[in-house]
Design a protein around this ligand. Structure first.
Ligand code: BES
Ligand code: ZN
Ligand code: ZN
Length: 503
């Protein structure tokens, strides 16, 4: 679907097009609306009077083939109170319009936008976010559907926002488009089945990002063995696929810059069967999204490079497949991590933390970053606690947490901070090694997992985002069809833009 910005007087009245008008809380027509209403003999104002009486005055309404226009429909989209409208309101609106257009089998849609009195956002920001929301909702992972008929495919080819000042809107959108590209890359990677995306093929996909100016280094299994990544390698041990660690670097401050980078670390379990602590069959197919954390790190690095962010950033992903086999790790095995600490593996299904342990230690040792943020589909318990709209945040640093909470509020990618502490830390003490990989029972499952990670973090500011609930959704939302969401790309891009970029 192509996104366009046009001057408001250039909107074409032609068959196959749908015109959208936004109406304020008072349900009065805007300037453009009034002109159009006159053209079609007052049918828009008549529709609004009818809407006022209805019990759902906020739902978009359609006026079919309005007289004296050649368009298929005019949609009137009521907005809430102007001062409460946020970036998310406009992204949601743009997103909602896409299925409406496809449902109407329209080829093009034009949103006629007037400045909105009382709204804190400028008209070009509003236009850019409507367009961004529409594009995010138009995402489709359909490469494996070979038999879908044209009549079953979406029809909407172009989405235009028409306003006075199209150039300024386009400029705002250009940045959002790069973030969208990153999210789409994440969604693509996460949607791929595990016979297509496994550590080696995943690493190859990441290597393609050198075209954006990223430096990519792939560390192969024999090297990881030499380096002593015993915790990560134990997880991949049962798989026929070789484990990999991939490091991405974006030197936005120039290759000579000595400034410490910021760092993002992702769990990349390309399939999680649970290993010898095998998961039940029902729903196991979902565990192809257990590389969601690394999918987000890759999408984020692509977004930062795409928009040429003025920051030095490192992305590191630990890629493994967790399989049961004659060679697999057993419950009770003791492994030695890259940090030197030993781990008793009591449950082979608590594997994400084992992967992250080595990568976190490596990143802090190698890059001495300003902060480290890891993302992982780490625990089922976080879904029980927070559901699928908020990620769990764990951190050793109040400042970094506050910055993340602010970015979450501004982007709508929500999170909720949960506690860490000695009481929880003690729960992972082992009888025969430095620690064990699960708590004594199911108590505080997401916290003990975070506590485990913290044992691989020294005094660098660190945050862990448990995205088991947010990386994948079972239902469509306004800006995302069901499936992979790309959660975290927008959030972390915002964190960087607000706090870590030189102006
Ligand atoms: N990948 C899972 C967590 C998960 C569950 C992600 C559901 C997405 C949706 C993780 O590796 C896992 O299996 N965790 C166990 C930990 C337990 C054995 C302590 C869990 O959550 O049950
Ligand atoms: Zn697992
Ligand atoms: Zn897992």
């Amino acid at each position: 679907m192509k996104i366009n910005f046009a001057e408001s007087n250039s909107v074409k009245s032609k068959p196959g097009n749908i015109i959208v008008l936004l109406v304020g809380k008072d349900l009065k027509l805007s300037t453009y609306g009034t002109t159009l209403d006159k053209q079609c003999g007052g049918s828009l104002s008549a529709a609004l009077s009818a809407l006022k009486k209805s019990d759902a005055p906020s739902a978009p309404i359609s006026i079919y083939a309005p007289k004296a226009t050649k368009v298929d429909r005019i949609i009137l989209a009521p907005l809430g109170s102007a001062k409460e409208l946020t970036i998310q309101s406009f992204q949601s609106l743009g997103g909602k319009l896409v299925p409406l257009a496809n449902g109407a089998r329209a080829e093009s849609m034009s949103v006629l936008l007037d400045p909105i009195k009382g709204c804190i956002l400028s008209v070009d920001d509003i236009a850019a976010h409507i367009a961004h929301g529409a594009r995010l909702r138009s995402y489709r992972f359909d490469k494996y559907r070979t038999k879908e008929k044209k009549s079953e495919k979406p029809t909407l080819e172009s989405f235009t926002v028409a306003l006075t000042g199209a150039k300024a809107a386009q400029k705002k959108y250009d940045v959002l488009e790069k973030v969208g590209d990153g999210m789409f890359l994440t969604r693509d990677l996460v949607s791929e089945p595990a016979n297509i995306i496994y550590p080696e093929s995943f690493a190859e996909e990441i290597e393609k990002l050198t075209k954006l100016g990223l430096q990519v280094q792939v560390i192969d299994e024999p090297e990881l063995y030499e380096m002593g990544f015993g915790s990560l390698l134990g997880v991949g041990q049962g798989s026929a696929r070789e484990s990999k660690v991939v490091i991405m670097k974006w030197n936005g401050l120039g290759n000579k810059s000595k400034a410490a980078p910021i760092a993002f670390v992702g769990k990349g379990v390309t399939f999680d069967t649970g290993g010898i602590s095998l998961k039940p069959a029902g729903g196991m197919e979902e565990m192809k999204f257990d590389m969601g954390g690394s999918g987000t790190v890759v999408g984020l690095m692509a977004a930062l490079a795409g928009r040429k962010a003025k920051v030095n950033a490192v992305g590191a992903v630990g890629l493994v497949e967790n399989m049961p086999s004659g060679n697999a790790q057993r419950p009770g095995d003791v492994v030695k991590s890259y940090s030197g600490q030993t781990i008793e593996v009591l449950n082979t299904d608590a594997e994400g933390r084992l992967v992250l342990a080595d990568v976190l230690w490596y990143v802090q040792e190698q890059f001495k970053p300003k902060f480290m943020i890891d993302l992982a589909t780490l625990t089922g318990a976080i879904i029980v606690a927070l559901g699928s709209n908020r990620a769990g945040l764990f951190s050793n640093n109040d400042k970094l947490s506050a910055q993340l909470e602010k970015a979450a509020k501004d982007t709508g990618e929500d999170l909720w901070r949960l506690p860490l502490g000695d009481v929880y830390d003690k729960m992972i003490n082992s009888d025969i090694a430095d620690m064990q990989n699960i708590g004594r029972d199911r108590e505080a499952g997401s916290i003990t997992a975070a506590q485990f990670l913290q044992r691989f973090v020294n005094d660098v500011p660190w945050a862990h985002l448990d995205i088991a609930g947010t990386a994948w959704q079972k239902r469509d939302s306004d800006i995302c069809p069901k499936g992979a969401t790309g959660y975290g790309v927008t959030l972390l891009n915002q964190l960087v833009a607000d706090n870590y970029e030189s102006k």
